[in-house]
Structure formats: C-alpha cells, structure tokens
Design a protein around this ligand. Sequence first.
Ligand SMILES: NC(=O)c1ccc[n+]([C@@H]2O[C@H](COP(=O)([O-])OP(=O)(O)OC[C@H]3O[C@@H](n4cnc5c(N)ncnc54)[C@H](O)[C@@H]3O)[C@@H](O)[C@H]2O)c1
Length: 404
Amino acid sequence: MERLLEPERMIVVRVPWVDDRGETHVNRGFRVQFNQALGPCRGGFRFHPSMSLSVAKFLAFEQTLRNALSPYKIGGAAGGSDFDPKGKSDNEVMRFCQSFMHEIYRYLGIDKDLPSEEMGVGTREMGYLFGQYRRLAGHFQGSFTGPRIFWSGSSLRTEATGYSLVFFAQLLLADLNKDFKGIRCVVSGCGKIALHVLEKLIAYGALPVTVSDSKGYLVDEEGFDYDKIALLREIKTQQRSLMTQDYSKTYARAKYYDEAKPWNERCDVAFPCATQNEIDQSDAMNLVNSGCRILVEGSNMPCTPEAVDVLRKSNVLIAPAVAAGAGGVVAGEFELNHECNSVNWSPQDFESKLQEAIKQTYQRSLKAALDFGYSKESPEYLVHGAVISAFLTLAQAMTDQGCV
Ligand SMILES: NC(=O)c1ccc[n+]([C@@H]2O[C@H](COP(=O)([O-])OP(=O)(O)OC[C@H]3O[C@@H](n4cnc5c(N)ncnc54)[C@H](O)[C@@H]3O)[C@@H](O)[C@H]2O)c1
C-alpha cells in the first residue's frame, strides 16, 4: 500500500512565455506519473489557475485507478499548469504551450506517457502541444491530441467522457428496471464533459435542466435541446460567462442564478461535471431534499467527505468517476489502435465500441462489489467495486514485478 500511494515520478517545471505586449510571464508546469506497473502512462493536462502539484497528484491517482479498471493495460498520470487560458489570445496560448512542451517533452512518448484533454485544455491547446512535441521529439508517434488533427475519422475523443457517463448511468438505471425517459437531471459545468452529457441525455429522452460555471447557474425548466446546446457552446467558446444572460435573452423562460449552485433544483439524477469538491455538505443536503436518487461523478472527486456522508446516509446511489468517466481512456486507446487509424470508423461504430467498453467497466465494478460482500442495497457498491477491481489489478502487477 505504501508503494501504491507514492507517485513514481513528480515533475515540476518553470514555464516562461511572452504575451502579445512583449511582457514576460512565468507559470509552473506539472506532470505526476503515478504508476506504470500496468503499462505506459495516460492522463490529462489541466490548465487552470488553481492547478498545483497537489491537484496533479490527486488527479493522477484517480487516473491510475480509472486506467487499471479499463479494458487496457496502461498506467496513470496527470498534469498541467497554473496558466489560465481564459482571456488569452491564440498566439499567447500557443507560446505558452510551446514553452510548456519544451520543458516536458522528454518525459512523454508512446512508451512513456501520453497526455489528453482535461479542464482548460481542448483541441486548440492539444494541437499546439502536439506540434511542439513533434518538432522536439523528431517523430510523429503518439497521438496525444484529438482526432481532428490526425485523421478525418470520427474517434469522438472529446465527446467520449461525457457520453460514457450517460452510458454508465443507463446501465445502472437498467439494473433498477428504469430508463432515462422523462428523468430530470441537473448538470454542473458547461465545458467538454457537461455539454456532451447534455447531448447524450437528450438522445435518451431525459430532461437535463441546468448548467453552471464558476459564477452561477442557469436553469431551463423546459429542458435543453440540441439548438440550446449549440448556443451554450457558442457562449463558452467565446469565453463569455453564463452570467451575461445571452442564453436567457433567447430563451426567456430560462433563469440565471448568480453565486449559486444547481443542487437545490428538483432532480432524479445529478451529474457534477465542473471541478473537485464542488458538492459540500450543504449542497449534498440540498440534493437529497430536491429528490436526487443517483449521483454520477463527471468531475473527479466532486464531493467533499462530509457530502459523501450525507449522500450515504440518504441512500443516494453513486456512480464513481473512475468507472463512469472511462470514456476518455477508451477513446484514447481506440485512437492509438492500428485498426482505428487505418479503418475510418463511423461515429456509430465508435459509439457502439465505446458502449461495449463501458459495459465491461460497469460489469467489472459490479462483480467486484458483489464478490466482496457489497450488495446493491449499499449506495456506494459501485464505488467499492470499481476501486477494489482496480486495486487488485494494480496490486497483482506490482507484486509480480518485485520491489520496484
Ligand atoms: N471522468 C473523467 O474521466 C474526466 C475526464 C476529463 C475531465 N474530467 C473532469 O471533468 C471536469 C470538467 O472537465 P472539462 O474537460 O469539461 O473541462 P472544461 O474546461 O471543458 O470545462 C469546465 C467547466 O466547468 C466550469 N467551472 C469551472 N469551475 C467551476 C466551478 N467552481 N463551479 C461551476 N463550474 C465551474 C467552467 O466554466 C467550464 O464550463 C473536471 O473536473 C475534470 O477533472 C473528468
């Protein structure tokens, strides 16, 4: 256990860059390669002012469990920088990404570690990061970016994590002899994960009614549809806050609440998709009082320990991020797969393969829970099952490899 809890490698680098006015800035960059007993690392890059070594460690540990639970043999890592891409020009973001990659590229590679999108890092950032990596490494191997740059197929890489959360929740509902039709859902965040959760919820006939950002939340009692999601995406792409009322000008019945979170809105299922610790004790009480029966973790560690206590006591079922959010891992491995690069899968092919992989993850979590005495009556049976299954896989590999 001591070896498992200590990261294999923690890298901290200085990242100097020059803004459009010629002024120099210095940020910090991080990469924590937590555990490579199962294979080379995979994990996200996050760009956010709150990013620190401590956050990178927790994200890398979660990623290690998620990867161990996935159908693939891969290790876990996470990293990023306290650089804030908000309000920066494309050129500034590019200069930052190039400087960051200059410091970090020697630790990356297909057999070492491949990064993926996380908070504050999307296709633009990944493009700049990969461009610089390719120049410095002198090869093109290791597509650590989204598919748009590499091939014109449909790997649904950016969509995959959000979609997988809904696939996982659907399996959970099916086990309870229910489905998503008419199910009222509250969602937090308004980024890559949240908007793809909305998309898939609508496809399954659910009624998602909220999104949020760090300033407040928006509720649309009529539920979102694809046109409304397109508007939300436009607002976010232009780096505007939900607070600007751009949405409620078009959809007059929608309401925006400043300095508030969506957890007191009536719901059956909640999808926290913003950031860690976004649900504290009083938020959890609000969720329980608003009727929530299932919480699907999109963000990593969305609940504080006190919030988990409240949810446990109120029998709210939890779908853990390490299992439900496995879509990104799966998509990344599909993308690297030779077959995927030579055969252009349709979005439908991709989606059905993604669904199958999530089903395996769900079943593995369920089996481990039942094998270790956690019945479906326990609100955290899937949390325990997912962690036990990942732990056993990792512990076996580490034991087999001796004291390394
Ligand atoms: N489960 C997984 O496998 C997985 C994979 C990638 C990301 N994530 C997690 O999902 C979350 C969102 O990631 P993303 O890729 O969508 O990021 P993103 O940068 O695309 O979007 C983040 C969104 O959250 C909002 N936000 C930020 N801080 C907030 C706060 N305090 N309260 C409410 N909203 C806030 C932002 O305005 C933005 O809309 C992160 O916590 C990330 O760790 C999980």
